[in-house]
Design a binder for this molecule. Structure first.
Ligand code: ADP
Ligand code: ZN
Ligand code: ZN
Length: 798
């Protein structure tokens, strides 16, 4: 038998199938298996993508060496999907196969030096063990090694290591009947207290065994030495058992299924989706429901319907709204059938959840973007909540969009996809308009509450509280009023840190990152200037580094600064801050939210991570400190992003009995995105924004592809970009529009210069092939220090 293998070498020449002979001993190999194969002088990992009886290859095929896992990690469906997707998004197939697995399963390659004679083995270099060459860097040792190899005294070998570790615990099994233990107990001295305690426990709780060692120790107050002694005497049998790390252990499932009665809009939506689930239709629904209209309830009911049909359900939520609140709801409804996958889990937890899914032990999977590749079988429903979120698009290779992958999987499984949002992406809404998706609308809040009243505060004319220009008097007054009534406040500021740049008033110098074309942000808590792109840090300057003047100012604002201002203006208020800086440690996110939920603080101040999905009944005021941050970005969808963010964050107010209020501070109160967000008028925004996109020849009227060229040398990046542009111009024709090359809006990041070309097209049959050529040529360009990225339907063009 012959195995077709994609090897773990991401390059143009290796982006194809290689054939290997399957030796008799490796009969457990299947499509989807991870294997180790000889490749040139090395051993590499690979994935089996096909198995056949014969080959057209005339030479002698090499043998497969190892099959890594008992159960092939990927299913035939995912193997096939990797091929379709690689072609669509201009990626190497191996890159996609790798990203379908939890990170710990990525192969670890080690290069080792193995001594060949006993004499050499005793050499100080080896001390009896092979030498890890990845750890050798000094020249002297390198010369020694070369000499050994030349004299045939040692050779280099390549190891493929598996980092993924299963978690094991020690359990104790019984070896005798209960009567036998009783007899033994009778013969033990009364002074041997620990042994008697153990035997007593065995006799009394015979049926509770096997038990975990740690459980026995804590229950009986005995130590592991007693257990070891019991094992020696043959009373107990020790066994290492594999267990799953359970990230949901804090969310006990609540058997009392407090099911709500759906309202008529929710029922209509559910009926349409339910019919599709039952009839196994690969159909896409767009569930457009205002914030608080009960979309989650519709998803959960649809998932129930799916399980009733003996099929499984996959639900995606954006990373930042994968809040404990959301996980809790799903867990309460579906108990141990749920597996979660998101970045808050440890690598080990992720690996274990993933294996539960692969083994068919979970029927419902909830996760962030990459969970779209979950090895779930027999899928009957795919839900994508907050479908407009740009985080569903991966910004690095492979640049896939989870929504596109969902549609591919839906075709394979014949199951519906539900895209839900209060502010659908323009492209999804346009598809619904054309009838390619079925539009389902929820127009009322589920709890009969009206939407909160939204006021715009014009920062050009308003007076500010305190000495800074961040918090207006009306906003501060409203906060005071709410706190006096023991209600809570959420404040959004889309910028972390203290001040966003240092300016010299004498010479105009702005302190920038040495690696990136962006100013450094002052972080008061760490006492450093930080780059938010590359992480560069340096001390806070006292004098201008350029002219040595002491007249320097720190301008712009961030969450740290606003927190300090609030503390001065409202000395009695308790404030929690939530941004990347305060949520770095595992579990801190949940801790902040729990503490706010328990009313241990009056104000939750944070970046956009507080805008989504949170449901706190006692929050009656939401304040947006500066609505213009997203608007000022020079991108085709910055109005859409602004509208989405404001609508979402406004939806956090007044979700329970108390009426909510929203205050948006802005320098652009006349801007249509802000005005329509004030009225939470999504349909109005859709109409207006479609006109703007039409006039600008942007999506959804044109398809777009972004080609980015980067290099340490600015001129070579620009030059290469022009070469690519000329190539495109020769083959493509009107109405296709080719923009650029232009430097990206942050022209340098991590010492790499960025140049980009945007192709906008309606119908361009040659483009696909052309882009594949550009991708192939990219490898040669790489040798000249150039990187070329192709981004199909980019979320950001800046
Ligand atoms: P969305 O996701 O659309 O913003 P949620 O699903 O979070 O809205 O629902 C908002 C609130 O309304 C939640 O507290 C939810 O429990 C409640 N809710 C949902 N459906 C109903 C219903 N049919 N009757 C009463 N309350 C409901
Ligand atoms: Zn200066
Ligand atoms: Zn930087």
């Amino acid at each position: 038998m012959i195995a077709q293998v994609i090897v773990d070498v991401a390059a143009k020449q290796t982006d194809r199938v290689f054939e290997y002979h399957i030796p008799k001993e490796l009969t457990d190999v299947a499509v989807g298996s991870r294997v180790v194969v000889p490749f040139g002088r090395r051993k590499v990992q690979g994935f089996v993508v096909g198995i056949s009886e014969t080959t057209s290859y005339t030479g002698k095929l090499k043998d497969l060496l190892v099959v890594i896992d008992e159960l092939p990690p990927l299913t035939p469906e995912l193997i096939a999907l990797s091929k379709t997707l690689a072609d669509k998004i201009f990626s190497y197939r191996i890159t996609i196969l790798q990203s379908m697995l939890p990170r710990v399963m990525k192969a670890n390659y080690r290069k080792i030096l193995v001594p060949l004679t006993d004499e050499i083995k005793e050499n100080t270099l080896f001390k009896g063990e092979p030498l890890d060459l990845n750890e050798v860097s000094d020249l002297e040792t390198i010369i020694k090694i070369k000499k050994l190899i030349k004299n045939n005294q040692a050779k280099i070998e390549y190891l493929v290591e598996n980092k993924a570790k299963k978690k094991q615990v020690t359990a104790y099994l019984l070896t005798k009947t209960r009567t036998e233990y009783q007899d033994i107990l009778g013969g033990i001295r009364t002074t041997a207290k620990n042994q008697r305690a153990l035997l007593n426990n065995i006799v009394e709780k015979y049926n509770e065994y096997p038990k975990l060692g740690s459980t026995i120790e804590s229950e009986l107050g005995i130590s592991s030495s007693t257990l070891r002694a019991a094992e020696k005497k043959g009373w107990l049998l020790k066994k290492e058992q594999e267990i799953y790390r359970n990230p949901l252990k804090d969310f006990e499932s609540n058997a009392s299924k407090h099911s709500v009665r759906l309202n008529s809009e929710q029922l209509d939506a559910l009926n349409s989706i339910g019919t599709s689930i039952e009839e196994k239709e690969a159909k896409t629904f767009l569930l457009e429901g205002i914030t608080g209209s009960g979309k989650t309830e519709v998803y959960l009911h649809a998932i129930s319907t799916t399980l009733e049909q003996n099929r499984n359900a996959l639900m995606l939520v954006p990373e930042i709204s994968l809040t404990p609140q959301m996980v809790k709801q799903v867990k309460e409804r579906f108990g141990d059938n749920v597996a979660v996958l998101h970045s808050g889990l440890s690598e080990g937890e992720k690996y274990d959840e993933w294996r539960r899914i692969r083994r068919g032990e979970a029927q419902v999977v909830v996760g962030a973007r990459s969970a779209i590749f979950a090895p779930l079988k027999n899928i009957g429903l795919i839900v994508i909540d907050e479908e407009h979120e740009s985080s569903y698009k991966q910004n690095d290779t492979p640049r896939y969009h989870a929504r596109d992958v969902a549609l591919l999987r839906s075709k394979f499984h014949n199951c519906p996809v539900v895209l839900g949002s209060a502010t659908p992406s323009l492209s999804s809404r346009a598809r619904a308009q054309k009838g390619r998706y079925e539009l389902l609308r929820l127009t009322k809040r589920a709890n009969q509450r009206s939407l909160p009243k939204v006021d715009l505060i014009d920062l050009k004319t308003v007076e500010f509280a305190g000495g800074q220009f961040d918090l207006s008097i009306p906003l501060v007054d409203a906060i005071k009023e709410k706190i006096a009534k023991k209600e809570q406040v959420i404040l959004l500021l889309n910028r972390r840190g203290f001040a966003s740049f240092m300016l010299c008033r004498n010479c105009g110098f702005v302190l920038k990152c040495p690696n990136c074309d962006i100013s450094l942000t002052l972080h008061k808590d760490t006492g450093q200037m930080q780059c938010h792109y590359c992480g560069h840090k340096e001390p806070i300057p006292r004098k201008c580094p350029h002219c040595q003047s002491e007249k320097i100012r720190f301008l712009g604002t961030g969450t740290q600064k606003v927190q300090e201002e609030l503390e001065t203006l409202l000395p009695d208020a308790k404030i929690l801050r939530m941004d990347v800086d305060t949520t770095r440690r595992k579990g801190s996110y949940k801790k902040i939210l729990d503490s706010f939920g328990n009313h241990q603080a009056d104000i939750l101040l944070g970046t956009q991570m507080i805008a989504k999905g949170l449901d706190f009944p006692n929050v009656t005021l939401v304040g947006v400190i500066n609505a213009d941050t997203a608007l000022s970005l020079p991108d085709f969808n910055s109005s859409e992003k602004t509208f989405d963010l404001l609508t979402q964050v406004a939806g956090r107010a007044g979700r329970a009995e108390k009426t909510g209020r929203v205050m948006i501070q802005t320098y652009n109160p006349e801007n249509y995105a802000i005005k329509l967000a004030q009225n939470q008028d999504y349909e109005g925004f859709y109409q207006k924004e479609m006109q703007v996109r039409f006039q600008g020849n942007y999506p959804p009227f044109f398809y777009t592809t972004l080609i980015t060229v980067t290099s340490k040398n600015e001129q070579s990046a620009a030059k290469e970009a022009f070469v690519i542009k000329r190539k495109l111009m020769r083959e493509l024709h009107a109405p296709t529009i080719i923009l650029g090359p232009t430097p990206s809006s942050v022209a340098k990041i991590k010492n790499q210069y960025y140049y980009q070309i945007l192709v906008k097209y309606k119908y361009e049959p040659k483009l696909h092939e052309l882009l594949h050529q550009i991708q192939d040529d990219a490898q040669l360009a790489q040798k000249r220090g150039l990187n070329i990225y192709i981004d199909n339907e980019p979320e950001r063009i800046m």
